[in-house]
Write a protein of this length. Sequence first.
Length: 348
Amino acid sequence: AQALRLAVVAGDGIGTEVVEQGLLVLEAALHGTGTTVSTTDFDLGARRWHATGETLTDTDLDAIRGHDAILLGAIGDPSVPSGVLERGLLLKLRFALDHYVNLRPGRLYPGVTSPLANPGEVDFVVVREGTEGPYVGNGGAIRVGTPAEVANEVSVNTAFGVERVVRDAFARAAARPRKKLTLVHKHNVLVHAGHLWRRTVEAVNAEFPDVTVDYLHVDAATIFLVTNPSRFDVIVTDNLFGDILTDLAAAITGGIGLAASANINPDRTAPSMFEPVHGSAPDIAGQGKADPTATVLSVALLLDHLGQTDAARRVEAAVAADLVERGSADRVRSTAEVGKDLAARVAG
Ligand code: IPM
Ligand code: MN
């Protein structure tokens, strides 16, 4: 039997609750496949920071590297200054482990209510660049707190970094029935980075001649996500635009309680990381109210990444069936009840 070594970073707030259910479903999905799961819990997040002042040490990182994949719950807590855990833990993991493909499906499942009156068929995937852009922390401020303050955040876009994520997005588009790739940027204003992205998409298109390419400025993309989301198949975009678009994508497909994500290192030089798009939701933490579905769908992405495609499809099918029945249910289930129901469906 093959053993999957999984690093578990439950993190803060509802992270622990949703990860527990994700693991339950993962076990159920792998049952009978010959693959077993062994987990290592990593104590990272607000508790650790308060106790030790540490966010993510080199020792933590080395230990995490020894795993096949990472399942992450949520990071962030109001008791920790904004940015400390986000930069020092979550983004550090994405950067250090070279998660340059941040994959975020936008799929409206049957039975799920969208805030859009006529959403149509929504099934796209956002390939958000994960290691560059304004997220790298290239910037600084002078004369802070004075009327003469200047605060810069410089977006870093390298030919290497743009090309590798664009190639990955093309490959994903080529493998989908519609074979369509939309580049989202703002090259009428951000001319330097925008044109690098545009030229790169044009050049890589030659390797994928059957993929149709189009382009939208990010502001227009937000309009189409609301007025005609079915026009999208694969979207490729930079780190910050991707962050914003994927919250909008979540909103139109049933909310962040359902939105899954994968931080992928396609070269497999380090473990990839799977996490719900939502945060730690301190307002409802510890109450068993969080929807574990986003984590469970992230587990499906994990299974796909590990080549366990049958298991991944069974997890998605379980979620799809559960979502159809949810609308007619007479009461709202707890986090653990949803997890248990999904695991039972996966087990068949
Ligand atoms: C996300 C989150 C993170 C991001 C924050 C918490 C750093 O919003 O995963 O989308 O901006 O990437
Ligand atoms: Mn976000």
